[in-house]
Design a binder for this molecule. Structure first.
Ligand SMILES: Cc1ncc(COP(=O)(O)O)c(C=O)c1O
Length: 421
């Protein structure tokens, strides 16, 4: 029993610790009690290979109804005719689409990791695993934008099977329309990876990839969209046979079981976001801007000043002169301020830089969900500056972080009523 108790103690420790932290990992969030309730259910024990109403197992009648409803609900909301909620994560959604649309040896186009691409878009990640070669699109490092003219030339020259844009480091909408013509002319499928910004896309507070020319969207369901960890694929595809090629990328090519308990939970999150997502996403955008401005006032080197720092949920700071991302992220962690070190567009991709890149990436979705507004962003900037610029001992700052976080424990932007059994 002692071993078991140890595990439960660790679970409690984690919960207590993170409730005392300022959590600024841009890819994290916290689900509401409604979503949590929808997640831990009998569906976590079940299998349902195949698509709704067309399964290889018995016992799937009820998940068929829920999954079908989820697919249709997301499709309607995104204004497209196809959705598949089976991918168990964003990287798996990318893998399924790439596996469906390419063969080993094919070329795909995407951003570099330093410019913000997720590893799954690259030779070092899923794309490489599938035997694909990535050509890199051109990026304007100074203003964090795609160089559309040069990127279009690269697409016309390399004729990739697909181009995947969207990023892990994303401060501004990306110019989908700008590379669309080159993609159309070369029959290159244009994919937008919305993993980070899906909450704001769902709430129509960020760029609308399908209106701008994307054919397929892949995403996680747990970052700015505050659902259970998972993924989905959405697409505007008229031919049933083309869509079934994409769906066969999910199963049988990549997945067997698709972790059914995510599906009711992601549908509850979608309903929650229809009701509360406007206010939530708007506050995320205001908070990110406020945090960037406050960090700048504190004397930190916040990136993209000329463009107003950010139009997303993220803020990026260059801390090379302060010792680099590793040193700063670790010092902040000791003060209970949790964020991640990050390559910046001008960092060369090398082991040294991966270990200690120039940047820090900060995201506001989780602290916004706990009720923080612009004023609190100013307070967070102050606490960050005390560790990074003023070099106060993290332990001293930590007690102030804990006192500050005490007042922000309730998940907002969800139904107020407690769950009734
Ligand atoms: C742009 C992008 N795509 C895909 C992923 C992978 O998502 P997941 O962690 O859900 O597999 C990430 C992860 O952060 C990401 O930033």
């Amino acid at each position: 029993m002692r071993d078991v108790r140890w595990v439960f103690d660790k679970i409690d420790q984690q919960k207590t610790w993170r409730s005392k932290c300022i959590n600024l990992i841009a890819s994290e969030n916290t689900t509401s009690s409604w979503v949590e309730k929808a997640y831990l259910t009998d569906f976590m024990h079940r299998y349902a290979e195949g698509t709704p109403f067309n399964r290889y197992y018995q016992g799937t009648e009820i998940i068929d109804e829920i999954e079908d409803k989820a697919n249709k609900f997301f499709a309607r909301r995104l204004g497209v005719n196809r959705v598949d909620v089976r991918p168990v994560s964003g990287a798996i959604a990318n893998m399924a689409v790439m596996r469906a649309l390419t063969n080993p040896g094919d070329v795909i186009a995407g951003l570099s990791v330093s410019a913000g691409a997720h590893s799954s878009h690259t030779k070092g990640g899923v794309a490489g695993l599938l035997g694909l070669n990535q050509v890199q699109l051109a990026f304007n490092n100074n203003d964090f934008s795609i160089n559309t003219e040069l990127s279009s030339k690269i697409i016309r020259h390399a004729k990739p099977k697909l181009a995947i844009i969207g990023a892990s480091l994303i401060l501004f909408p990306l110019d989908i329309a700008g590379i669309k013509e080159a993609c159309d002319d070369t029959k290159c499928t244009l994919i937008y990876d919305a993993a980070h910004v899906f909450g704001m896309i769902f709430s129509r507070k960020f760029q609308q990839p399908f209106k701008e020319g994307a054919e397929i969207l892949t995403t996680s369901t747990h970052k700015s969209f505050p659902g259970p960890q998972g993924g989905l694929i959405a697409a505007q595809i008229d031919e049933d046979s083309e869509w079934s090629t994409v769906q066969r990328g999910v199963f049988p090519k990549i997945l067997s079981n698709h972790h059914l308990h995510r599906i009711p939970a992601v549908l509850v999150t979608a309903y929650e976001m229809v009701k509360f997502g406007d206010a939530y996403s708007e506050q995320i955008l205001k908070n990110a801007k406020a945090l960037a401005e406050a960090l700048h006032e504190e004397g930190l080197n916040v990136c993209a000043e000329d463009r107003g720092f950010t139009e997303s949920h993220q803020v990026v700071i260059d801390v090379k002169d302060l010792g680099g991302g590793k040193l700063m992220a670790e010092a902040l962690e000791k003060a209970n301020i949790i964020l991640n070190k990050n390559l910046l567009p001008w960092d060369k991709l090398s082991l040294v830089n991966l270990n200690n890149p120039s940047g820090l990436r900060l995201g506001v979705p989780e602290m916004t969900r706990f009720g923080m507004k612009q004023e609190e962003m100013g307070r967070i900037a102050e606490l960050i500056a005390r560790v990074t610029i003023k070099k106060e001992t993290p332990a001293k700052v930590k007690s102030d972080v804990e006192a500050f976080r005490k007042d922000f424990q309730k998940v907002h932007y969800t139904w107020d009523t407690e769950w009734v059994e």
